[in-house]
Design a protein around this ligand. Structure first.
Ligand SMILES: [Zn+2]
Length: 102
């Protein structure tokens, strides 16, 4: 089913974003290191390349979401989620097939 396929790709792109954000965080954390070996490791590190990939992934996810909106014969589920350790609740609605929020 094409919807499942798109959902899979979306989740892969999302995982990549998470992974590249960690790489950027590691870089930022080590950039002031006084250790020669670590300095050498991060020399010529192209942080902008990772930022570009993250942005590209986000753009593609947005396009795929628009595709899902058109493709899916939505079945909207209303649910409540707990906030603040169960003291507050928020109503959410999402599609049971494409999992988009509405
Ligand atoms: Zn749907």
């Amino acid at each position: 089913m094409e919807i499942e396929y798109i959902k899979n790709i979306k989740s892969q792109l999302q995982n990549e974003i998470f992974y590249f954000e960690q790489i950027i965080n590691n870089f930022t954390y080590h950039i002031l290191s006084t250790n020669k070996i670590i300095n050498e490791h991060y020399k010529n590190f192209d942080v902008n390349m990772f930022k570009l990939i993250i942005q590209k992934n986000k753009d593609t996810i947005e396009k795929l979401n628009n595709e899902l909106k058109k493709l899916c014969k939505h079945n909207i589920i209303f649910d409540q989620i707990d906030l603040d350790y169960g003291e507050k609740q928020q109503e959410i609605c999402y599609c049971e097939y494409c999992e988009l929020n509405f």
